[in-house]
Design a protein around this ligand. Structure first.
Ligand SMILES: [Cu+2]
Length: 293
């Protein structure tokens, strides 16, 4: 991971040098735009709606994508070191053993565990740039408020679209009506493949109980088709419900955005889990949403 980031930073620096040289020659071709640009859409989750805080937990691997422990498939999506088998024989996301032994099952932000909280959200995006690159014309105007199960109050204010990210295509920061997750190669394969009617990757200011957290945070948002069943378990690809009520996902992984690019950094949630560890990520689901635009 670290090596990859170093490469990304070096590539970014090289790209910036090259693109500066090209500005005078070919400014208009630097950013390819979507066909209906500018395309502005939005969503609202009003106060009093159903909002859920996702707690860490195991994520079972979809056999249709990942195969089985005896016959692992698509290891380019999820290396075998990131897979493990539980005592009950379930094939789940795992954590590599530093000594090179078998991987162990690890809690993820893509679990079936959750707690009810309060909150609201307002999102407006303008999609102009079609694919990732050194700059973007995409715009994000979004603010999220929610509480933790312990009653702490959070506010997330998006401060910009990320034109590109290290791991995968991000449509220049904002994507509209785009498939992602599952085996698409876009976003974590631990989520099922879904249609995201609105998606963005941006940086944000995080306020915890009114106080601004020290680092700018990496944020991913999606308004998507329904990926949880009647028991609120996260489904596999074949359980995604395109006819159900839409769901909005706000995900803040343990990644900060610095001048040198994204770096690993736990989110300072202040929310302490039963094992005494502070939850290092935020994953909020807004279940009562309306679309705009
Ligand atoms: Cu996503």
């Amino acid at each position: 991971m670290k090596g990859r980031k170093t490469i990304f930073v070096a590539l970014l620096a090289a790209t910036m040098l090259v693109s500066t040289a090209l500005v005078a020659l070919a400014h208009s071709s630097l950013t390819r735009t979507v066909i209906d640009a500018p395309n502005t859409v939005g969503m609202r989750a009003r106060e009093g709606g159903d909002v859920r805080w996702i707690l860490p937990g195991l994520r079972e691997l979809d056999p249709a994508i990942f195969g089985t422990p005896d016959n692992p498939l698509r290891t380019e999506l999820l290396p075998e070191a990131m897979r493990a088998v539980t005592g009950d024989g379930a094939y789940v996301a795992g954590k590599p053993d530093p000594e090179g032994g078998p991987s162990t099952p690890t809690p993820t932000p893509f679990s079936n565990n959750w707690a009810p909280v309060g909150g609201q959200a307002k999102v407006k995006v303008t999609n102009v740039t079609s694919v990732s690159g050194s700059s973007t014309l995409d715009r994000i105007d979004a603010e999220f408020e929610f509480t933790s199960p312990a009653g702490d109050e959070y506010q997330v204010v998006i401060t910009g679209a990320l034109p590109e990210i290290p791991d995968h295509e991000n449509f220049g920061g904002v994507g509209v009506n785009a498939l992602q997750h599952g085996a698409t190669g876009i976003g974590t394969p631990l989520m099922p493949q879904l249609m995201a009617f609105i998606a963005f990757w941006g940086k944000a200011d995080l306020y915890v109980n009114g106080e601004l957290a020290p680092e700018s945070r990496f944020v991913h948002f999606m308004l998507s088709e329904r990926v949880r069943d009647d028991d609120y378990n996260l489904v596999f690809d074949n359980g995604v419900n395109p006819d159900g009520a839409l769901q909005a996902h706000l995900i803040m992984p343990p990644v900060a955005v610095t001048a040198d690019g994204p770096v690993a950094s736990p989110v300072p949630t202040g929310f302490v889990l039963p094992n005494g560890v502070e939850q290092p990520f935020i994953h909020i689901m807004y279940e009562t949403v309306t679309t705009e635009g």
